[in-house]
Design a protein around this ligand. Sequence first.
Ligand SMILES: *Cc1c(COP(=O)(O)O)cnc(C)c1O
Length: 324
Amino acid sequence: MNSKKLELKDIYLAKNNVYKIARKTPLFKSIDLSKKLSKEIYYKLEFLQDTGSFKLRGASNFALNLSENKLKNGLVTYSTGNHGRAVSHVAKELGIDAKVCLSKNVPENKKEGIRKSGGDVIVYGNSQDEAKIKADELRSKEGRSVVPPFDDPYIIAGQGTIGTEILNKIPDIDSILVPLSGGGLISGIALAVKSINPACKVYGVSMDRGAAMYESIKADKEVEVDEVDTLADSLQGGILLDNKYTFKMVKKYVDEIVLVTEDEISAAVRHIFYKDHFVVEGAAAVGTAALLSDKINNSGEKIAVVLTGKNISNEDFMSVLSQH
Ligand SMILES: *Cc1c(COP(=O)(O)O)cnc(C)c1O
């Protein structure tokens, strides 16, 4: 599949693999937020996956497309945390092992989560891009398959199953708000949505500190950004200077990229907890943050917001609750 363009068919093909390990998640109407904004707001509860984030979908599809021979040499990956945990979980399900290379910016609770899911944590470098160097080294030394975090057709198609699930439930949805980092998630969702219902708008939302895709689209080429400390730690990391898929797909399919501040993210995490009683991590709350701060124009009436993960440490969560 590597050389050809991704199509809707690839997302349908991914379903068989995704649903062997990940689950379909509910679409939950937020009564409070709907009332507050006078719209219909639906939360897609991706934090209900076994590893606490949607990353299980892409990782399952990637691994189940590898040959038996490749699988038996094990997996290796680099990650801001949630992808590493997903890869570890998939490896455990398949009875093989996984090594996860993380930069020193990855929070302790995410390392613990990876170990709990059976992965071997290796801390290397100051950014996700540097951790990738270590992963590539382990591929050549140990014959492991590298599971890319976002810029890969199987990963993108796996995450795209979120798009088909939303459209199956609400075919006339007007807009979907998607947390955006490397862009595997939004590329898959947008491919599904624009193929099935092109009128539906797809918005990417990133934090305003080190938003690699936003800066790259603005510059019309892949640019590097510094990784700065943010509550949305899962959105850190670059898009790769030799990006093959997600940069083009975001350019083609995504209607707009919106940025939110740390205070807006923190307020959104609180809002989701106080009003709907869900605990989500900063990266997952950026869609709600964009809505609450009135940054989404022309969204229409029916809006789906992807709540991507819940892997926030208790300390960070309590600190967010105490900040108003
Ligand atoms: C990885 C991740 C994202 C962003 O996904 P990309 O495919 O890198 O754009 C958003 N939210 C959470 C919780 C994540 O783990």
